[in-house]
Ligand binder design. Structure first.
Ligand code: 1HN
Length: 345
C-alpha cells in the first residue's frame, strides 16, 4: 500500500481556493476513513463500577429534584468518544437512572429506542403505551421508538436501572427529538403474560396485537429459567445465551440494538467470536472477569463494561460453584440490517 499525498504537499493558495468553494481533497484523509484490514474504533474497553457510581447517583438524588432533571441519570460515557458526547459506543448510550419513592418522571415519547435493565429496588414501574410494567432486579422493559413512557414509584427504597438507548445513532442521523405528553391511562393486565410461554402465542383471530412491539416486559425470572433449562438440556453447549425477541416475529425485540442474557457455568471460560458490533456487558448475578483486548475487568453484581467492535473478548466465571448471569446489549441488528455485520472466528 503506497503512501498517499498529504494536505501540506499542496500549495497553500490551492488549498485556500478549494476551501472557498467548499471542496476538500479526498486523498489526504482516505486512509483515516478507510483504514486497512479492519476498522479502528474510537470506542475503548471501559468499565463502570456500580459500587463507585451508586453513592454519586444517590447524591444526585439529594442535589437535583426530579422536577429539575425529568430523568435523573448519570451517563456511562466512553472516554474514547469524549465524555461530553455521552456514548458508550458509536451507536449505544448507557445511563444509570435513579427514582426515589414517590417520585414521578413524566410521560414523553421520542425517536430513539430504549430499554431498561432493573438494577436495584422494588416498587417502581414504567408505564409504556398504557401498560404498567413493574420493575424488579434483572427485568428488561422496552420503550421502543415512538411509544409513550413514564416512570412512577410507589415503594419505599430507591430504585435504580440501567438505560440502554440507540441515541448516538439516532442523533447522528439528525432524527432525534421528543414530545411531552399527559399522564397515561393505565390499561388493565400486564401484557407480558400473553407471551409467557416460549413458542406458544395468542392466535391472531382471537387476539390481534396491532403493535410492532407486542411484548414490553421480560421478567428476569423467565429469562433465568430459560438459561437454566438450556444449560441443563445441552450440557455440551459452550455459549448458554438467549435473545430477547419479539414473540410475534421471532426477530430482535427492537430494531437497532440487540439484547441477550448469558449464563456461564461454574468455572466456565468462554472466548467470544470477534465480531463487528460493539457489545455491553452488565452483571445480573454472580461475578465474571471480562477480558477485552487484554484489559481484564472483574464484574461484580451491577457492574457494567463495554467492548468495541472487532475486539477479542473472553468471559470467565470467577466462581467454581455458582453460575454467572450477564445481560448483554449490542449493535448486531443494526449491523445486520445495514449489511456490515461480520464475524471472524
Ligand atoms: C429517556 O427518555 C429516559 O425515559 C432515560 O427514562 C434516558 C436518555 C436520553 C434521552 C432520553 C427515560 C434518556 C432518555
Amino acid at each position: 500500500m503506497n503512501e498517499l499525498g498529504r494536505l501540506d504537499d499542496l500549495p497553500a493558495d490551492y488549498v485556500e481556493a478549494l476551501k472557498k468553494q467548499n471542496l476538500v481533497p479526498l486523498w489526504p484523509s482516505l486512509r483515516a476513513v478507510l483504514p486497512p484490514g479492519r476498522p479502528r474504533p474510537l470506542t475503548q474497553p471501559t468499565f463502570w463500577s456500580y459500587e463507585a457510581l451508586r453513592p454519586l447517583l444517590l447524591k444526585a438524588g439529594e442535589l437535583t429534584p426530579i422536577e429539575k432533571a425529568e430523568r435523573r441519570v448519570l451517563v456511562l460515557a466512553n472516554p474514547g468518544h469524549g465524555l461530553e458526547n455521552m456514548k458508550a459506543s458509536s451507536a449505544m448510550y448507557l445511563g444509570m437512572q435513579l427514582l426515589l419513592p414517590g417520585e414521578w418522571a413524566p410521560a414523553h415519547r421520542h425517536t430513539p429506542n430504549a430499554v431498561r435493565m432493573i438494577v436495584e429496588g422494588e416498587g417502581a414501574y414504567t408505564t409504556v403505551d398504557g401498560q404498567k410494567c413493574p420493575m424488579s432486579r434483572g427485568d428488561l422493559i422496552l420503550t421502543p421508538t415512538g411509544l409513550w413512557h413514564e416512570h412512577g414509584h410507589d415503594g419505599s427504597v430507591p430504585v435504580v436501572w440501567l438505560d440502554v438507548l440507540d441515541l448516538p445513532l439516532v442523533y447522528y442521523m439528525e432524527a432525534s427529538y421528543h414530545i411531552d405528553g399527559p399522564r397515561q391511562a393505565v390499561q388493565p393486565g400486564q401484557g407480558e403474560r400473553r407471551y409467557a410461554r416460549g413458542g406458544i402465542v395468542p392466535t391472531p383471530v382471537f387476539e390481534r396485537t396491532n403493535t410492532p412491539y407486542p411484548m414490553l416486559r421480560y421478567p428476569w425470572s423467565e429469562a433465568k429459567a430459560a438459561l437454566q433449562a438450556l444449560a441443563a438440556d445441552q450440557p455440551q453447549l459452550a455459549s448458554v445465551q438467549v435473545t430477547y425477541t419479539n414473540p410475534e416475529t421471532g426477530g430482535h425485540a427492537e430494531n437497532i440494538l440487540g439484547f441477550y442474557a448469558q449464563m456461564l457455568r461454574p468455572g466456565q471460560t468462554l472466548r467470544l467470536p470477534v465480531r463487528s458490533p460493539a457489545t455491553v456487558f452488565h452483571q445480573i448475578e454472580g461475578g465474571t472477569t471480562v477480558t477485552i483486548e487484554g484489559s481484564a475487568f472483574a464484574l461484580a453484581e451491577a457492574d457494567t463494561c463495554c467492548a468495541p467492535g472487532w475486539s477479542e473478548i473472553v468471559l470467565a466465571n470467577r466462581s467454581d460453584t455458582e453460575p454467572s448471569f450477564l445481560f448483554l446489549a449490542d449493535e448486531a441488528p443494526l449491523h445486520t440490517k445495514l449489511g456490515v455485520y461480520e464475524v471472524r472466528g
